[in-house]
Ligand binder design. Sequence first.
Ligand SMILES: NC(=O)c1ccc[n+]([C@@H]2O[C@H](COP(=O)([O-])OP(=O)(O)OC[C@H]3O[C@@H](n4cnc5c(N)ncnc54)[C@H](OP(=O)(O)O)[C@@H]3O)[C@@H](O)[C@H]2O)c1
Ligand SMILES: *[C@@H]1O[C@H](CO)[C@@H](O)[C@H](O)[C@H]1NC(C)=O
Ligand SMILES: CC(=O)N[C@H]1CO[C@H](CO)[C@@H](O)[C@@H]1O
Length: 312
Amino acid sequence: MLAGLALLLGLYVLFYYNFLKGTRCRNETGLRGRTVIITGGNTGIGKATALDLARRGARVILACRNKVRGECAAFDIRRESGNNEVLFMSLDLADLNSVRTFADTFLRSEPRLDILINNAGVIHTGRSKDGFDLTFQVNQLSHFLLTHLLLDRLKRCTPSRVLVVASSAHLSGKIDIQNIHKPGESFLQTFLSYCNSKLANILTVRELANRLKGTNITCYAIDPGFVRTDIFQNFPIWLKPFLFLITWLICRDPTDGAQTSIYCATEEGIEMFSGRYFANCRLKEPTPLARDDAVAKKLWEVSETMVGLTAS
Ligand SMILES: NC(=O)c1ccc[n+]([C@@H]2O[C@H](COP(=O)([O-])OP(=O)(O)OC[C@H]3O[C@@H](n4cnc5c(N)ncnc54)[C@H](OP(=O)(O)O)[C@@H]3O)[C@@H](O)[C@H]2O)c1
Ligand SMILES: *[C@@H]1O[C@H](CO)[C@@H](O)[C@H](O)[C@H]1NC(C)=O
Ligand SMILES: CC(=O)N[C@H]1CO[C@H](CO)[C@@H](O)[C@@H]1O
């Protein structure tokens, strides 16, 4: 009995280190003089990413919705990295006006932007200030607008990069242009909306890369793996025991979950893979749907209309 348990534990440890923990970004690229924006940088994968980039000497802007949580995280990261250039700026992705205000404030106060990391994400039922499905707006639409508003600054600071933290949840996503933005009511609808938003993230990166050909701005979509973070906090209570088990058995910690973001932000020589999807610090093929250029283009156009960049 005891020997059996020990064997199981041993197998689990082997399995964890070989398959679940993921790959470390081994690069030592320094980022002194570079400015990074990371949305949702106050916790989870975003905070772990921000800490690593701060250690490399970057000036790091944590774009977060909550001032207290944002300032606390900036304080932690300054202390742990020894880098004083880590600061909070207010950004609520559930409100397109807040996205515009953030971009204005940033562009007026910061001369550079080298790396934009669209990291924040939620799985939350409800409707945004602008009337869209909350999950879809936070994860996709607001980041789409944010990227658009900051593009000129990225152009002035080439070579520069845009990263979008997507997910393997895109496997269950679909792009139904007529309905994708409509608020869902049940948890299941919200979960599917999350999957759709992550598929939309990958398609947006694909289309962005096409539009940015020849500019020396490159972009990458990222699958961080299963990571132990607050993202599951809005799941229904009856799912919590199951989730608890899953998170402790198969999830990596946020530092391990941040490695592919760090890789795509710092690795030299990946520019030719602009527009592609990365997992475990390597290229990965997403589903065929996520590689459909016609859908990517259509989604881009409707996203422009939804965020008010073109008249409908
Ligand atoms: N964890 C996983 O297993 C997993 C797997 C695949 C992909 N991902 C992706 O990884 C990214 C980071 O997620 P995480 O796992 O680190 O989750 P997390 O710990 O819940 O962090 C999410 C971040 O997004 C922020 N955020 C939420 N709503 C926002 C809004 N309206 N405006 C601005 N910021 C907002 C949160 O701010 P508050 O602290 O104020 O809530 C938090 O900083 C997400 O895009 C997620 O989809 C995660
Ligand atoms: C892009 O970078 C290359 C190599 O540094 C440079 O030769 C080229 O002029 C740049 N192109 C633009 C549009 O900045
Ligand atoms: C420490 C380390 O592994 N650095 C690597 C960073 O990336 C470059 C280019 O891919 C490699 O040549 C370095 O060895």
